[in-house]
Design a protein around this ligand. Structure first.
Ligand SMILES: Nc1ncnc2c1ncn2[C@@H]1O[C@H](COP(=O)(O)OP(=O)(O)O)[C@@H](O)[C@H]1O
Ligand SMILES: O=P(O)(O)O[C@H]1O[C@H](CO)[C@@H](O[C@H]2O[C@H](CO)[C@@H](O)[C@H](O)[C@H]2O)[C@H](O)[C@H]1O
Length: 543
């Protein structure tokens, strides 16, 4: 039998006399495959989101065939059950190959089928599978009523397969590039509903023709045994880009912090401004422009404009109820407070369980976080909808600099899947658009502190305290300028964000929420980064 601890054996671990196309009807095979192979395989995958929990067992929830003449692939929907009494679903397409050169990586299981020795592999590594999927989307008919439904935007006619490759990026799903022109994202973790990325992509690009997101090309949805529509794949036009806004920001900020010494700037005498004041470029003192450079401020202005345009489009629907704007009410408030308190309790627990991983400033700030738990809890409870007059709309939900591509000095917004930890229903709840703005502001804060922590002393001569001080001044001007443009744009388009005090209240509420969310994300996936949200939380509760 297969030993999970060892490397894959050379000899097939399973022999089947059934043909490949019937293999999943063989209950012995399914049992061995799930129990003895997939458990070991899945936990090593980049897209597996259950790493912080203890896997109990895997079940095959559903499977379907993707086939053409003699070519057969299986799409597996795996239900991963955890010791902590919850489950997650994953999509894994599989293929059988007899020539291992066909897929040098990611062999799941050596197997002998009808005396032919070979491997079961993740089908995305096989060109013939990628080609078949592409052709299915390219030739999709407007009304597909089969179990696996392929859809395409009618604008895309006569697309012929030329090439395909895996994107090979650090990402939570798996994206393929076709003809160097299209990106097909296979969702790995899947939910019993249409994926918000699919819904938002169709709404923004197909229905509203919003230009600053990749155009929707097509999709694959599975209609499961309960007639629920599950999104498996989303195809969009590829945006040839110069990198993402996170990389751009880190590069720019390194220059900005280097300028402190290069331009002999006295951090103590830098002019300052109030937090979350609406600014325009003429409001920014010459000394600050000289230090930071006008270019970065102009970029922030463009990003504010694109963000506002996205929200204006998302707030412009009057028919499709999934997108029509809503007002604050009691139900929303109960939902929000429950969610916040649950998330906060979970974060307290994560911090307590991981405090041994922290030292120095991070440890000090973690103690401050725990000591302030009542203050933070009160902040989350202090949400009084009767005082709020603005609108709630569908939002991006996980808006940060890593979700934005840069091309020709412009920004393109991607990945509308929503916050990874939220349930699929929660991700579709209409939220204040300022929640996205808060996501981005946290990202500016992250970029500033990542620059200080990553480059630190060897590069910058100033003390860490002085760098924090300069970083906070910079944060105030960047966010103020962003707000100035964002609020003006949305007001001109009659998107109601509420009155000034309301806007600042929502922004601060969402900033703390996001920083608390991030603390859990970092402690679970990269504890050395936890200092960044901890510093963010400290700044928010102390100002
Ligand atoms: N349409 C596109 N054009 C160009 N690059 C893209 C496109 N879609 C995704 N990418 C690249 O792939 C990365 C991951 O995409 P994303 O949708 O965020 O996937 P995930 O949900 O797996 O995080 C993006 O950060 C971007 O670099
Ligand atoms: O995988 P996703 O992109 O959906 O988002 C998760 O991972 C993000 C990190 O890649 C994480 O973002 C946090 O770190 C970013 C820098 O790496 C920073 O720009 C973001 O502001 C910060 O939230 C995100 O929170 C998490 O959901």
């Amino acid at each position: 039998m297969y030993n999970q601890a060892s490397a894959y054996p050379i000899k097939p671990v399973f022999k089947s006399n059934d043909p490949w196309k019937n293999l999943l009807d063989n209950t012995d095979f399914v049992k061995t495959f799930l129990l003895e192979v997939l458990e070991a395989y899945i936990v090593k995958q980049r897209w597996y989101a259950g790493k912080a929990s203890k896997l109990k067992y895997i079940e095959l929830a559903e499977y379907f065939r993707i086939q053409h003449h003699g070519e057969v692939y299986f799409g597996l929907i795996l239900e991963v059950n955890f010791e902590e009494a919850f489950f997650q679903h994953y999509f894994l397409p599989i293929a059988f190959i007899t020539d291992k050169k066909e897929a040098p990586q990611d062999k799941i299981l050596p197997i002998s089928i009808e005396n032919k020795e070979g491997y079961i592999i993740d089908a995305i590594h096989l060109e013939s599978f990628r080609k078949l999927v592409f052709e299915r989307i390219a030739t999709a008919t407007p009304k597909d009523t089969t179990k696996v439904q392929y859809h395409k935007n009618p604008v895309f006619k006569n697309i012929v397969y030329e090439s395909s490759r895996c994107m090979a990026l650090e990402q939570s799903n798996t994206s393929l590039i076709y003809n160097e022109k299209y990106v097909l994202k296979f969702f790995r973790r899947i939910y019993g509903d249409k994926n918000p990325d699919y819904e938002m992509s169709r709404f923004l690009s197909e229905k509203k023709e919003f230009k600053n997101t990749p155009s929707y090309v097509g999709s694959i949805n599975l209609v499961d045994s309960d007639a629920i529509n599950i999104t498996i794949g989303l195809m969009q036009l590829m945006i040839e880009n110069e990198g993402d806004a996170w990389e751009y920001m880190l590069k720019e900020l390194h220059k900005v912090f280097s300028n402190l010494e290069y331009k002999k700037i006295n951090i103590e005498t830098l002019p300052n401004t109030d937090l979350y004041q609406r600014l325009t470029i003429p409001d920014i003192p010459a000394q600050i422009i000289d230090w930071v450079g006008l270019n970065l401020f102009l970029k922030i202005q463009t990003l504010a404009k694109r963000t506002a345009e996205m929200h204006i489009v998302l707030g412009s629907e009057f028919e499709e109820t999934a997108f029509t704007p809503a007002h604050y009410n009691g139900d929303y408030t109960v939902w929000l407070k429950n969610k916040m308190l649950h998330q906060f309790q979970n974060r307290l627990n994560i911090v307590e369980n991981n405090i041994h991983k922290l030292d120095g400033l991070a440890l000090q700030l973690a103690h401050e976080f725990l000591d302030n738990k009542n203050t933070i809890r009160k902040h989350f409870i202090a949400f009084d909808w009767t005082k709020l007059k603005g609108e709630r709309i569908r939002i991006h939900g996980d808006y940060h600099l890593g979700q934005i591509l840069i091309k020709n000095n412009d920004f393109f917004i991607l990945d509308f899947e929503g916050e990874p930890e939220s349930t699929i229903r929660d991700r579709k709840v209409k939220q204040p658009p300022l929640k996205d703005v808060a996501g981005l502001f946290r990202s500016f804060h992250y970029a500033i502190y990542a620059t200080i922590f990553n480059n630190g002393e060897p590069h910058y001569k100033a003390s860490q305290e002085a760098l924090f001080q300069a970083g906070e001044v910079l944060y105030r001007y960047i966010t103020g300028l962003f707000l100035g443009h964002y609020v003006t744009e949305t007001q001109n388009a009659n998107l109601n964000l509420g009155y000034n005090q309301e806007r600042v209240f929502i922004l601060k509420y969402c900033l703390l929420e996001k920083a608390v969310y991030e603390l859990g994300y970092e402690l679970n996936s990269r504890p050395q980064w936890a200092v960044i949200p901890l510093k963010g939380i400290s700044n928010i509760i102390n100002h």
